[in-house]
Design a protein around this ligand. Sequence first.
Ligand code: GLC
Ligand code: GLC
Length: 649
Amino acid sequence: MYNYGLHQQVNEAIQQAGTDISGEDNLFYTRFMANTANIFSLYMQLYEHHPEAEKYFNQLIRLVVKADRERSALHKQRDAEKIKKGHWFLSNELTAMSLYVDRFCGDLDGLEQKLSYFDELGVNFLHLMPLFESPPEASDGGYAVSDFRKVAARFGTLDRLKALQASMQQKDMYLMLDIVLNHTSDQHEWAVKARKGDKEYQDYYYFYNDRSLPDAYDKTMPEVFPEAAPGSFTYIEESKKWVMTVFHTYQWDLNYNNPRVFVEMLDNIFFYANLGVDVLRIDAPAFIWKQLGTTCQNLPQAHTILRLIKQCVEVATPGMALLGEAIVAPKEILNYFGTGEYLAKECDFAYNATHMALQWDMLATGDTKVMLAAQHELLKKPYGTSWITYTRCHDDIGLGYDDYMIQQAGYNPYEHRRFLKEYYSGEFNGSTAKGALFASNPRTGDARISGSLASLCGLETALEQNDDAAINTAVQKIILMQAHSFFLGGLPMLFYGDEAGYTNDYSYLQDSGKSYDNRWMHRPVISWEKNKRIYETGSIENRVFSATSRLIAVRRKLPVVKDMSNLIWMTPHNDHVAGYLRTEGDQKLYCVFNFSNKASYLTWYAFKEHGDKPARLFDHWEEKTYEVGDDRQHLIIPPYGILLLEPAS
Ligand code: GLC
Ligand code: GLC
């Protein structure tokens, strides 16, 4: 409905800023007019009853105008190109890597020197782990930010970051950075003021005079780090108060009941957008709204905040897509793409944490049944949104899929999860995996898993035992895991080190800022001496690197792989074989993966169930053609083998 007062407010802000609404800023103005009513309504859903709601709404409007004014011509040009392409981020031509700049290559200058390494691999999109200032001893890998605008000196400067972005853009590369929305470091200026007793800043956080409310919250709030940081509140001696700290004790949760917090953080979001960030990773969005008596996760208001951010970004900095890092139950993850009238209008990306964890399930059990049981949820992803697909990232692996999925596959959920934890921590007899349990909670029996891709695939054990056959198997498993995630649909996100088969790095145990958190075992310090071995034919590094880059190259030449919500799971004629079909127009690609340690037989009938019955299939992986046989004959897939089959005439 037309709201005169609202539009006047926008017009006033625009006039004061000197926006040229009938000239070069016309598209911005049009977008703003189109979204104003939604922005207002979402904002009011959150803040209607706040005494200063109007004041901060006005600031919000001004921030949107300012963000557009401050956006460089170059970034605006890139916005226009992306808008023209439409859903630019669904492309099969993008492949990403996530890395810690310091552990990968020292600093931002060093990274610029390494851009050719990404070319060799085929990576054209980088997720740089948090770069903004964070206290070295209490940083959670940079996820405890003490200054959202200042690049930590160990990485370089803001100007170096801008220069890197410009070089990347010139090479047609894309950049992803984080906004840590849920909390700040206890050293952030706001926290420092709050600790000293400044009421205004205490209202940025959740402060309590005594334990009564914290105790009440604790009854229903799950603990994120039960070993390193039990409970969700920390006593602040200096102010004699308790503060909410869902993650570590040094990560103070921001209070989004306060519209001023929202506006401040939106300003930071625009700051990142105007650095030329292509995808903004919104850290831990599931946690941003708290309500007594709930788990304080995935609450409706958390979604309202994300939608409001999305609407504002779409107006001012439309080339920046949003990734919601919600590592929650499958059904809940889907909600981050938006629901109802906001379907496909919330986050553009979410992590496919369910597929990720289920791949590990398949690898341990050699069985695809639980994976298949999860599909009716996962396939609900709305058109126009996409997944980050991955095998490993900087975090642990949580077995967060639903019990009913495990039951449907015929297993007991408790026993099944226990098996997986024992398998990957290497306790299970016969397991070659070498990981560790993370965040074990004796009260609930929960635990997650740490460990690098290579170590979890058995490479570390095989190397220790000097066992060539086991090394080969481990390498095959690594490639299988990568391939399965690369072709699922979505943006493949490699984790640095995995492209060269890095096993666990235990040096974190010597560092008091890290030793309490075993996620550091799978965050290696890269040795460029070791990485040189990617050029030595037959070395492990060479085999893993060349297979990874070949997978990327195959993916890039097959538009059928772009994420048009075009995935069909093949009938499970053989439980050991995960098979999915990608289709786009007349194009088809059957992606077939053997998760068993033995050869698996798949009836040729499997390829005749989806329209045309191909006479031949060309395997893009081995580059050979198969004659499709009789239904009682079989395609034989080697242990941990992969096939990427396109119907051929
Ligand atoms: C996200 C990050 C994780 C961090 C947490 C708290 O889950 O991926 O590394 O510990 O948020 O910021
Ligand atoms: C967040 C995620 C959880 C992840 C953690 C970091 O809490 O929800 O799955 O493991 O951050 O460890």
